[in-house]
Design a protein around this ligand. Structure first.
Ligand SMILES: *Cc1c(COP(=O)(O)O)cnc(C)c1O
Length: 272
């Protein structure tokens, strides 16, 4: 397992890689404020707030759900603790987060901040994710696995993996088959030659949904390995890998690297 969860408590896992070149670009453009979007439990919101605090940017979070407030979740409390200004908008307005009209409005209202899309999922985010595999010795493995939300991380891995590797992405969302197309379209000539697969059978009911079986698996995984997984992403991936091993999906002699993409702050929702 590649432990990206150990990079930093709050600027966790893959989110650091997605932020890296975005924040560098913001510095180049001499922006002093970063604006981004997320839900009440968003790992990306917490990571952005913490990274901005560390690097001296002001940060603004546009949060989905007008009924919420700054104390609605441990994630929002963490974000506010890093001086992120939080604005709560209806699901309807949040749905317009990529519309030029709404972006124009945000630019005026907040004096031209540097805007990072939800999850850090843009080209600079993918560029950062192409550096993840430099933290492991690729030649030791036959397969590399990661959890998939919007797919930027998997795209970065495909674009940077050595030729003989097979990549498996485990979707944390239901009905994620459309992502295959989206990822395919975003690949450059290099990535088109890499063998990869999106596995959509281990969503456990959908994004951030969980079952007693999944929670039992997390506990058991911790007992055996002393590694904490998060129930939204990495537990579903590890459950999937385990299940595929049982079903003899991997040929004997396969050496599997699973990427721990972090996100452990989200587990606080299990105790509230
Ligand atoms: C955000 C996140 C992902 C998903 O990353 P994508 O690039 O959107 O696919 C996976 N794991 C964890 C822990 C995350 O926080």
């Amino acid at each position: 397992m590649l432990r990206l969860d150990l990079l930093h408590d709050e600027i966790s896992g893959n989110k650091w890689f997605k932020l890296k070149y975005n924040l560098e670009q913001a510095q180049k453009e001499k922006k002093d404020t970063i604006l981004t979007f997320g839900g009440a439990w968003s790992n990306h919101i917490v990571a952005t707030a913490a990274a901005c605090d560390l690097l001296g940017f002001k940060s603004i979070g546009i949060i989905r759900g007008e009924e919420l407030n700054e104390d609605s979740s441990p994630s929002l409390i963490l974000a506010r603790g890093h001086n992120m200004q939080l604005y709560f908008v209806s699901r309807e307005l949040y749905g317009e987060k990529e519309d030029p009209g709404f972006i124009d409005y945000l630019n005026k209202e907040f004096y031209q901040p540097y805007i990072i899309p939800e999850g850090g999922n843009n080209d600079l985010g993918i560029k950062g994710c192409k550096e993840i595999l430099s933290f492991c010795e690729q030649e030791k493995y036959t397969h590399i696995c990661c959890a998939v939300g919007a797919g930027a991380t998997l795209t970065g891995l495909i674009e940077s993996a050595s030729m003989n590797l097979r990549l498996l992405g485990f979707s944390a969302l239901r009905n994620a088959d459309y992502l295959k197309n989206k990822i395919e379209k975003s690949l450059t000539g290099y990535g088109e030659n890499i063998s990869w697969k999106l596995i959509t059978d281990y969503h456990f009911g959908g994004f951030a949904k969980k079952t007693p079986e999944l929670l039992e698996f997390m506990r058991d995984f911790y007992e055996k390995n002393k590694i904490v997984l998060d129930f939204v992403y990495t537990a579903k991936m590890m459950f999937g890998i385990n299940d595929l091993i049982k079903k003899e999906y991997f040929s004997s002699g396969s050496r599997i690297l699973a990427i721990h993409t972090g996100g452990l702050q989200g587990n606080k929702s299990l105790t509230v």
